[in-house]
Ligand binder design. Structure first.
Ligand SMILES: [Zn+2]
Ligand SMILES: [Zn+2]
Length: 107
């Protein structure tokens, strides 16, 4: 059985802004896309990382499980709070993507 995306997906509704998931069911709906891995489909990752509301992007940056490519995107966000949160997460990531190698390290 294939897995389903468990993310909220933003919808553009006139007059709605600054609403967060769980607060408003009109400009957010539960996505049910099939996903091969993880808990959120690529469309949702994209929609959330490009969401006009900085609060949403900040939540994404602080979320456990946000992949490093999304964090890399958020680290260059125009909102300094979002960018800093994403940078902090990237520095604490022990995932497969390493920005620097220390092969020539000598002690
Ligand atoms: Zn709304
Ligand atoms: Zn989705």
């Amino acid at each position: 059985m294939s897995k389903r995306c468990r993310s909220w997906r933003p919808v553009w509704v006139e007059g709605h802004s600054g609403h967060l998931p769980h607060q408003c069911r009109e400009c957010w709906f539960p996505c049910r896309n099939k996903v091969s891995e993880g808990y959120r489909c690529s469309e949702c990752w994209e929609a959330l990382s490009e969401h006009p509301d900085a609060e949403v992007r900040l939540k994404l940056a602080e979320e456990n499980g946000t992949p490093s490519d999304i964090l890399g995107l958020l680290a260059t966000d125009t909102n300094p709070g979002v960018a800093l949160a994403a940078q902090a997460r990237l520095e604490n990531t022990t995932g497969p993507i390493v920005l620097e190698t220390h092969d020539d390290e000598e002690w």
